[in-house]
Design a protein around this ligand. Structure first.
Ligand SMILES: Nc1ncnc2c1ncn2[C@@H]1O[C@H](COP(=O)(O)OP(=O)(O)OP(=O)(O)O)[C@@H](O)[C@H]1O
Ligand SMILES: [Mg+2]
Length: 453
């Protein structure tokens, strides 16, 4: 065997190994070149096979007839741009007269296997211009966020979308969010990613974790207030409502100064206030929300009503005061009592992890994107963290957050602990630091498994 043949065999074996074990590396080394060549060489024939060509126009036919030339061929959309990305290719097309974006969307599955790509999605950029985003491999199998992401205040790159783009949770565009999912579907990991993304920003984090604080209390150093049971959650939410009233008073007092000044911007929310007096925005994270709405006694029922009222008030009025809600739960429907559907209606950002039934998926998307309901039910149980994220525009995406362990999130929170603002209104709920978690007076009534002999 000659040296060149041996070298070629080695390269082919390396490419095969990479493709199998490290598809992201394969894409960056070999895949991208092959894919660009395949798209450019096969473009016209693929478009023809996918029914995305138009017959020649009358004047081209007339010209061909006049000059006795062969009849012109059908024409495919014009390629405006072909851009390789970290995960695939972006192809921008100018449609021919008579074609529309729906034709391309309907053909995306045919395009996917004709071009040998893993996934193809299309969207219309402007009239007659369509962008095809193609992924070279399953980007959600092992989520790797790009090193360079576009971070802005109150905007967190929280997950990767199936088309390879980054999914942001932007609190200034979508103030309140609801995350649903069956048990072990990845809600808390998603929320942990949010906390880790928000930790380096100028923001106060407030947590309500009715699972006795197991998810959020380890992150306590970056939290300005925490509650681990419905009683303290009620006090905390009412303190937030009165903090919200104080912020509105501040905005009012600022308006009085600027209203007389012609052409001046009049403050209507905290972001219009000068930076030196602007109150710090607050993100309220609630894990296992159903715990706040369940009751067995009359007293608990009264407490539940007050909690839901406070949440509804925060959801209705909180945005301008810089208070944003991020609610997680397994189900969040009318069976949890009055006020729940009203609260849900205020939660614009919807994310559904794997759900066990259509009713649960309907709680997230039934009222905004019915086709996302089907997608949420189809999430396989073994791919934890896979979710459908939608918004009020009716659009939705398949997303998956990176697997951030509790240890990694704790490290991030500890690193940015100095950014934790002290909010006087929430001071009683500030978690005690520097001590170990309080040891219960009595030994917990659980038995550990006997050690193996
Ligand atoms: N994005 C992800 N990537 C990989 N694994 C994940 C992801 N999200 C969750 N998991 C796995 O699923 C397990 C359960 O996740 P998580 O605790 O977030 O579920 P949950 O929906 O909060 O469950 P519960 O309702 O019981 O609290 C995690 O321990 C982790 O191993
Ligand atoms: Mg959880």
């Amino acid at each position: 065997m000659t040296w060149p043949t041996l070298l070629l065999l080695l390269v082919v074996a390396a490419a095969g190994l990479l493709r199998w074990r490290r598809p992201a590396w394969y894409w960056l080394t070999f895949g991208v070149t092959f894919a660009i060549l395949r798209v450019l060489v096969c473009y016209t024939s693929v478009m023809e096979a996918c029914d995305l060509t138009v017959p020649p126009s009358r004047w081209r036919l007339a010209l061909a007839r006049t000059f006795d030339r062969p009849a012109p061929e059908h024409r495919a959309p014009r390629i405006l741009r072909l851009r390789p990305t970290r995960t695939g290719l972006v192809l921008r097309l100018k449609l021919r007269p008579g074609q529309d974006a729906f034709d391309v969307a309907a053909a995306s599955d045919r395009l996917r296997h004709s071009f040998g790509m893993y996934g193809v999605t299309s969207r219309e950029l402007r009239s007659g211009v369509v962008e095809l985003r193609m992924t070279g491999y399953d980007v959600l199998k092992r989520v790797q966020m790009p090193a360079k992401v576009d971070t802005r205040p109150m905007r967190v790159p929280v997950a990767l979308r199936a088309d390879g783009s980054v999914h942001y949770r932007d609190y200034r565009v979508v103030p309140h969010g609801l995350t649903l999912g069956a048990t072990e579907s990845g809600k808390s990991v998603y929320q942990r990613n949010l906390v880790a993304g928000l930790a380096p920003q100028q923001v106060a984090l407030v947590g309500i974790d009715c699972k006795q604080g197991v998810e959020l209390f380890p992150l306590a150093r970056r939290f300005s207030a925490l509650a681990d049971n419905p009683d303290s959650a009620l006090e905390l939410l009412e303190a937030l409502v009165s903090h919200m009233a104080d912020v509105y008073q501040l905005i009012r007092s600022e308006q009085r100064i600027t209203a007389d000044v012609p052409d001046a911007e009049i403050a209507a929310d905290i972001w219009d206030l000068p930076e030196d007096i602007r109150p710090v925005p607050i993100v309220v994270l609630v894990d296992e929300v159903a715990e706040l709405a369940l009751f067995t006694t009359k007293e608990e029922e009264k407490r539940r009503d007050r909690i839901i009222t406070a949440l509804v008030r925060l959801a209705q009025l909180g945005r301008a005061a810089g208070i944003y809600l991020e609610i997680c739960g397994q189900r969040f429907g009318s069976e949890l009592g009055k006020g729940i559907t009203m609260l849900r209606a205020q939660l614009t950002g919807r994310t559904a992890h794997r759900v066990n039934d259509e009713t649960s998926a309907n709680m997230a998307f039934g009222d905004i994107a019915p086709d996302a309901v089907l997608a949420a039910i189809q999430i396989p149980a073994e791919i934890r963290g896979l979710a459908i994220a939608g918004d009020s525009t009716g659009g939705w995406h398949r997303i998956r957050a990176p697997h951030t362990s509790l240890r990694q999130a704790v490290n991030v929170c500890n690193k940015y602990a100095h950014l934790t603002p002290d909010l006087p209104a929430l001071a009683p709920f500030r978690p005690a630091l520097g001590t170990l978690a309080p040891v219960p007076a009595q030994a917990p009534a659980v038995e550990s498994a006997p050690a193996a002999a």
